[in-house]
Design a binder for this molecule. Structure first.
Ligand SMILES: [Fe+2]
Length: 244
């Protein structure tokens, strides 16, 4: 499987706290059936002020350590950007490491606040699409506005967003409401792919293996393969993987 969302890089957001924790998380991801992983640290203005210059050195340290101990997880790096007005400037200045490609557009992991879908989201999403940036919304199933009113998800889909659901939403890691929203999105064919969004070894580990089984059981093996492997492979077909 190919995991397009993880907080495995140490010390730059609320994910791994040390290099040894990063290694343990990589090991657990391999055991979960993940062979390729994109590291996507938060870029959250005023909270996690990451940029390429803070991400790449930490990524290089992890790759070097993985090579040293021959851990066969293939890695690439990108980011998870919290929606804010500065995104326009970052995109214009080409400051963001994109997640991959989609329909000849650069793919951007664009995080909404967990509480709601902000009024400015519509204009920003339209502007991004016009500028050949494809937004993918991580974990819409955990957004409280969407849980309360499913039409908000339909609205974002109609605007042209892709949806990435968190693997743990299918394995009982979150609330029943989150699971119900994830299953409804799955039934409606609104999910483009799933990813771990792993943050730690214990509280938020890699649930891709378990989620695959749940999706296989409800929608069949073809859908499970599509959401965990085929679509992520298409997105990353031009990605350079490290530690190969
Ligand atoms: Fe995340």
């Amino acid at each position: 499987m190919i995991d397009l969302h993880s907080h495995i890089l140490a010390g730059i957001d609320d994910g791994a706290k040390s290099l040894s924790e990063s290694i343990a998380m990589a090991q657990q991801s391999l055991e979960s059936g993940v062979s390729y992983m994109v590291c996507t640290p938060h870029i959250h203005q005023g909270v996690f002020n990451n940029k390429l210059e803070t991400i790449k050195p930490v990524f290089d340290v992890l790759v070097a350590e993985m090579k040293k101990i021959s851990l066969p997880l293939k890695l690439a790096y990108s980011c998870e950007v919290r929606l804010c007005p500065e995104v326009l400037q970052w995109v214009t200045d080409i400051q963001l490491p994109y997640l991959g490609q989609w329909d000849r557009k650069a793919l951007l992991l664009l995080e909404l606040p967990h509480s709601h879908v902000p009024p400015g989201a519509e204009n920003l999403i339209k502007w991004l699409l016009k500028n050949r940036i494809q937004p993918v919304i991580p974990h819409p199933e955990r957004n409280r506005d969407i849980i309360a009113d499913y039409r908000k998800a339909e609205f974002l889909k109609k605007l042209g967003c892709l949806f990435q659901i968190t693997a743990g939403a299918f394995t009982g890691r979150f609330s029943d409401k989150v699971a119900a929203t994830a299953h409804r999105l799955l039934k409606d064919g609104y999910i483009d792919y799933i990813a771990s969004d792993m943050h730690s070894l214990n509280r938020r580990p890699n649930d891709m293996g378990e989620a695959f089984k749940v999706i296989e059981k409800t929608e069949g093996k073809g859908t499970a393969m599509k959401l965990t492997t085929d679509v992520p492979a298409l997105i990353t077909k031009n990605t350079r993987w490290f530690s190969e």
